[in-house]
Design a protein around this ligand. Structure first.
Ligand SMILES: O=C(O)CCC(=O)C(=O)O
Ligand SMILES: [Fe+2]
Length: 286
């Protein structure tokens, strides 16, 4: 794995060994390699994946149970591949869900209200759209282990306490639009790894605002608020966030408990007034 230089804010490379090329594998072989890399690296990158919803749905179904897309959780799904794929694009002027809105997306995990959160998050680049610098919508990935290692170094002997505060609390991270009751669950949770920094995190961009009223109601409010602030600072400022441009046909699959995803700025309208054709298909697998 590449060394992570904490002095830089972004690393313009992928935190993974060389990508797999869809065309050079028989399908069964590709599936086995993806499975192996998910097990060992918790992340896999495939190039040249067909831009077909049926292919995407079929392929990802081998690694778990696809969850219905956000729109289908509101309007009942029919079971077609499209009902499981979030079309991330700027087609509609009114963004109904956060990922449809223009602008940058800070690191977050998919369906953070669930416990345990879904195992995998995946994105297939369909059209990278506007590629002017500062508008490219480049993808961002953050490995929680890196943020927690940074936190451990900076907090020293206080680190175990910060982690136990966030593992012991039981809080709800309600979904904004999806009608699923949120369980009361911890923010940080064990993944069965002996590494003190290899922990799962439920993370959303507005986690501090959502949790503040719940934490203030607890007897240990100030310790919990302090621990949450330290975690949020570490995730957003540890300098271990990778940024990379996905090309059409690039498929990223990550462990949604170990990685947060986000993106650099992308805007809805191009300078000529037409709609930015950027389009990504994302899926969440349990
Ligand atoms: O637009 C992107 O690059 C990311 C979209 C996203 O966060 C999602 O589909 O969950
Ligand atoms: Fe997302």
């Amino acid at each position: 794995m590449p060394h992570i230089d904490r002095c830089t804010v972004m690393r313009c490379e992928l935190p993974t060994p060389s990508p797999l090329d869809f065309g050079s594998f028989a399908e069964g072989k590709l599936r086995a390699e993806v499975m192996l890399r998910l097990h060992e690296e918790h992340l896999v990158y495939v190039r040249g994946f067909p831009l077909s919803s049926a292919h995407l749905f079929g392929f990802l179904s081998h690694f778990g149970r696809p969850l219905q897309n956000y729109v289908s959780t509101v309007i009942p799904a029919e079971g077609a591949p499209e009902d499981y794929i979030n079309r991330v694009c700027f087609e509609n002027e009114k963004a109904e869900f956060g990922f449809q809105a223009e602008g940058p997306l800070a690191p977050h995990t998919a369906r953070s209200w669930r416990m345990p959160p879904p195992a995998l998050f995946s994105m297939l680049m369909v059209d990278k759209g506007d590629q002017r610098p500062d508008y490219s919508g480049a993808s961002r990935l953050l490995r929680f282990r890196d943020s927690l290692s940074w936190l451990k170094e900076t907090q020293g002997s206080a680190y175990p306490d910060v982690i136990s505060q966030l593992s012991d609390i039981r809080v709800a991270l309600p979904a904004k639009k999806v009608p699923e009751p949120p369980p009361l669950a911890p923010i940080v949770f064990s993944l069965g790894s002996p590494d003190l920094c290899d922990l799962g995190i439920r993370f959303r961009t507005d986690i501090k605002d959502v949790l503040e009223p719940q934490l203030l109601a607890l007897p240990q409010a100030s310790q919990c608020m302090g621990a949450l602030s330290r975690l949020v600072y570490a995730v957003n400022n540890c300098g271990a966030c990778y940024e990379f441009q996905m090309e059409p046909g690039d498929l990223l699959i990550v462990d949604n408990r170990r990685f947060a995803h986000g993106r650099a700025n992308a805007e809805r309208l191009l300078p000529d007034g037409s709609v930015n054709p950027r389009e990504i298909w994302s899926m969440t697998i349990d």
